[in-house]
Design a binder for this molecule. Structure first.
Ligand code: GP9
Ligand code: MN
Length: 642
């Protein structure tokens, strides 16, 4: 009969031996599992200095949860179970290790769909093989060796009684809960909530750093299973009907078609750059003297807006490169990185261009190393390929260093090229060393410290852009390029209102109002264009200027040709349409989402109109959101491409 506590020392020893014979192997395997996770991160240099304690705690806990149930079986069942779990883990570790060494990215379940369609990588895999992989097979080898010995030598292995199994199950669960509890408690202590472990993931390496690669995989698998049926048969029918009756793709082949044929395209995506700072003075100084000058040299769009959801910078990139709407509840670069897209770099690639993306951050931030290849970029130049003369602002690589080195790299790109340059320094918290602050801002009435710091960091990036454009001129790249400079999204600092941003901007757009400067030297394209436009419109506009017909999947419009420009803002909670702006109408949805309770306004001037005057606009734009969401969530862009 089961007695929880021993009566004598002899009895105690007997029990200890019995316990040992049941538990030692799963316990050793769980410890080895924690070591494997640790070495995986260390060898691949995944934020090695951080999160050691929580990683060890949670990976040991997972090891116990995975290997522990073996104690519920008889001898044979136990060995078969341990061998199966070990084999699965060894394979998963190996796949992740090789994938990361090859792509600098974490293998996501969504990538497996296309596993058979990728080029034969056996040659590359051979070069990635290393003796380090043996560590990830040690668990399987250990189980195999122990099993052979145990059966060969006829080792007696105790089998737990029913009550003992209940205690063992409790023990496993307690260790499991403690490990994950510790991870969650640390996260809460650090950030106030635990959402950075599952919904608000910015840098994939941070998640792997905290929880280990197998936890990452389990979460990724669970998420991709849950995402499975977000799209209904009705949605597909809707997209097909919409695609069949759509008027055209972004106004392809309009005025200026091919005006800039074969020019290089340089996109400068400026972190948190708001329209409100352009052309403004503070304490008698221009905030952005270089951008102001460039805006006058080229085309300027003062009525331009970002399109971002929870993925901020990554959503700006996503919406620009695909001319699709970012999702309201998910970061497409993370959750739909491996979809089949028909993006701008890919289109230009098919038309003789090489395409490069340059950004001074780690490749795992916003899962870029997984997302960029799908957009068709030929090369991704990240932080490791830049050197920082000194640590400046967010990420450490100041925009000054970034642009100086980028200019040298651009000289060596084969032409024509597309180069997307993404800046970093003007990211919150807008910290800039004293000697790089060039605005003389005495106590500024109406501006808080955060807003003053923001202006300083914008002045810094403005200077860096000014020098970069000068360098392009010296290198002879300026004249044969099309250059677009725009903000990725707002600064969320309230600077627009503080500087008295245009009273005609609809309140909902205050955090989305960013500038767009288009430089097409020698082309005659010049002046201000007040048409409302957004990130979605860049793709068809660039394609038209280069004389390339964009694919039918673009949902934006050529800004220089469209007769009915429109910008849409959506509710991130429900995904429904929040505000639409055209050149003569605006619709503001009510909080209950009911069309009839919304407001229809004449623009500019915001004169109230009967809500029915906006019905057609509302329906057209809501349909576009549904189409965009459906093709992204189902990975069925082909429905639009037919
Ligand atoms: C990170 C940088 C900032 O690489 O692009 O991203 P954000 O926080 O603005 O989305
Ligand atoms: Mn950003």
């Amino acid at each position: 009969m089961f007695i929880p506590f021993p009566n004598t020392a002899k009895d105690f020893l007997k029990r200890l031996k019995r316990c040992f014979s049941v538990f030692w192997l799963p316990a050793v395997l769980a410890l080895l599992f924690a070591v494997q996770n640790q070495m995986f991160n260390q060898w691949l240099n995944i934020v090695p200095q951080f999160y050691l304690l929580r990683r060890v705690a949670v990976t040991f806990a997972l090891g116990i949860l995975l290997y522990g149930p073996a104690v519920m079986f008889g001898k044979k069942g136990k060995h078969v179970y341990l061998a199966a779990i070990s084999l699965a883990l060894s394979l998963i570790f190996t796949a992740h290790f090789l994938y990361y060494r090859f792509f600098g990215a974490f293998l996501q379940a969504s990538a497996l769909r296309y596993a058979g369609q990728t080029a034969d990588e056996s040659g590359a895999i051979k070069t990635l093989l290393t003796f380090k992989l043996l560590l990830f097979w040690l668990n399987f080898l250990a189980v195999a060796a122990v099993s052979v010995f145990s059966f060969w030598r006829g080792w007696a292995e105790a089998v737990l009684s029913k009550k003992e199994k209940v205690f063992a199950a409790l023990g496993i669960l307690i260790i499991g809960f403690s490990g994950y509890g510790f991870l969650f408690a640390m996260e809460k202590y650090e950030w106030g909530d635990t959402s950075r472990l599952y919904s608000k993931i910015y840098d994939m390496a941070t998640l792997v750093g905290k929880a280990g690669i197998i936890n990452f995989s389990l979460e990724d698998l669970a998420k991709s299973a849950l995402r499975g049926n977000r799209v209904s048969g009705e949605d597909f029918k809707f997209v097909e009907a919409w695609a069949a009756s759509r008027p055209g793709n972004g106004g392809a082949g309009g005025q200026y078609f091919g005006l800039l044929k074969n020019r290089n395209v340089i996109l400068i995506q400026v972190e948190s750059l708001e329209e409100a700072v352009i052309g403004k003075e503070i304490a008698g100084q221009e905030i952005t003297p270089n951008l102001n000058r460039l805006a006058k040299e080229g085309l300027y769009f003062p009525n331009y807006y970002d399109q971002v959801g929870p993925g901020n910078t990554a959503d700006a990139e996503f919406s620009i490169m695909n001319s699709l709407y970012p999702l309201p509840d998910s970061v497409a670069f993370i959750d739909y990185a491996k979809n089949k897209y028909s993006a701008l770099p890919q289109l230009l690639g098919e038309n003789g261009y090489c395409s490069y993306v340059l950004h001074g951050d780690v490749p795992t931030f916003w899962n870029r190393s997984n997302a960029y290849p799908g957009l068709g970029y030929s090369q991704w130049i990240g932080r490791d390929e830049f050197s920082a003369a000194r640590q400046v602002g967010f990420g450490g690589l100041g925009d000054g260093d970034f642009f100086n080195q980028a200019a040298i790299k651009l000289e060596n790109f084969s032409q024509p090229f597309l180069a997307t340059l993404i800046t970093l320094t003007s990211h919150s918290p807008f910290e800039l060393p004293e000697d790089l602050r060039t605005l003389n801002l005495p106590q500024q009435p109406g501006l808080d410290l955060n807003q003053q710091n923001y202006l300083e960091s914008i002045r810094y990036v403005d200077q860096a852009i000014g020098q970069f454009v000068e360098k392009l001129k010296q290198d002879g790249l300026y004249e044969n390029s099309l250059i677009l400079i725009y903000g990725d999204h707002g600064s969320f600092s309230g600077i627009g209102q503080a500087l008295g941003d245009d009273q005609n901007i609809l309140p909902a757009f205050h955090n989305s109002h960013v500038p767009l400067v288009v430089l097409a030297p020698g082309s005659g394209l010049k002046g201000a264009n007040n048409a409302p436009a957004s990130h979605l419109d860049l793709y068809p506009t660039i394609a038209n200027l280069l004389g390339i017909i964009p694919p039918k999947s673009v949902l934006g419009q050529d800004i220089l040709n469209t007769k009915d420009p429109a910008v849409v803002l959506r509710n991130l909670a429900s995904g429904s349409l929040n505000t639409v702006l055209t050149d003569n109408l605006a619709f503001e949805a009510s909080s209950d989402g009911e069309f009839k309770n919304g407001q229809c306004l004449q623009m500019p001037g915001k004169l109230a109109l009967p809500v029915e005057d906006c019905r057609q606009l509302y329906e057209q734009q809501s349909a576009k959101l549904r189409v965009s969401d459906t093709v992204i969530r189902s990975d069925r862009l082909d429905l639009l491409l037919k």
